[in-house]
Design a protein around this ligand. Structure first.
Ligand code: 5GP
Length: 118
């Protein structure tokens, strides 16, 4: 393969069935998987199929419609798996806790009341 190509991300490998993962929804452009290390009773990652954007800043500049599709899927997940209310988080950069540099949104729902401050 081309020398400029990098290894597929962990999320792409899940989408391709190369490693296990629970895919909850998908369209031609966006998919959703359950987070392996949940921080809330519902903790789902919404991810664009393309790996070309490393964070939400790049995505918003490069394809705002794709960002809108991610938000729509987040709402769908929150409706199907909770009461439709949810927290949407993007970590941007390693020092902010980002560990996978294939942009993804964390959808958190059914959050324990004591953890809702802030
Ligand atoms: P980040 O820290 O980059 O914002 O989020 C990466 C998320 O991916 C983490 O919450 C982590 O638990 C999740 N994650 C990492 N590896 C895997 C995996 O192999 N499967 C699943 N389902 N989630 C993963």
């Amino acid at each position: 393969r081309l020398g400029t190509m990098t290894e597929p991300s962990i999320f792409t490998r899940i989408l391709n069935g190369e490693i296990p993962g629970e895919i909850l929804a998908r369209t031609d452009r966006v998919f959703a998987i359950r987070d392996i290390n949940p921080q809330a009773p519902v903790h789902v990652l919404v991810i664009p199929v393309t790996e070309q954007y490393r964070d939400v800043t790049e995505l918003a500049a490069g394809d705002p419609g794709l960002l809108a599709e991610m938000v729509a899927m987040a709402k769908q997940i929150a409706t199907e798996h909770a009461d439709g209310e949810y927290r949407l988080i993007f970590n941007n950069g390693a020092r902010a806790g980002q560990s996978v540099f294939h942009v993804h949104a964390h959808v958190l729902a059914n959050i324990e009341e004591s953890r809702l401050v802030g």
